[in-house]
Design a protein. Structure first.
Length: 144
């Protein structure tokens, strides 16, 4: 139901980690995610620790889901001298192609403890259903 759009994205993420560079709006870093089916919905979770909800942008255009977020530096006083800085800052983004069988009109988004969770219901037309056979003069009627 989901398809990765850029197979080289993981390599970019590793290079960014090793080089210590952060994402920009023109070249965002990748954010870790999980995707799974739970009942009649697909669930996608993104790790975004330290990101405020006003810095998260979720868009759907046709079947393309785009999630962008920005982790901004914490304001520090002039007397503060940074000893160690390992938490990545900057812009993070993921684009996911959603299947036609998902209902993109009813996506639900929740953000708790640094994890963004999207629930995308499976469209009614994609759910299995029984087909009844009508009685007739040797012909079969199929109704959905």
């Amino acid at each position: 139901m989901l398809m990765r759009t850029d197979p080289f994205r993981e390599m970019d993420r590793i290079v960014q980690q090793l080089s210590g560079t952060s994402g920009t709006w023109s070249k965002p870093s990748v954010m870790p995610m999980d995707a799974y089916r739970e009942g009649d919905a697909y669930v996608i979770t993104f790790d975004l620790p330290g990101v405020s909800t006003d810095a998260i942008d979720i868009d759907v255009e046709r079947n393309m889901l785009t999630v962008k977020a920005e982790r901004r530096p914490v304001a520090k006083a002039d007397a503060v001298k940074m000893e160690l800085s390992e938490r990545p800052l900057g812009v993070f983004s993921r684009q996911i192609v959603l299947a036609d069988t998902l209902d993109t009109e009813r996506i639900q988004a929740d953000y708790d403890a640094g994890v963004l969770t999207l629930r995308i219901p499976i469209a009614e037309r994609a759910k299995p259903r029984k087909i009844s056979i009508g009685a007739g003069a040797g012909t079969k009627q199929i109704s959905a």
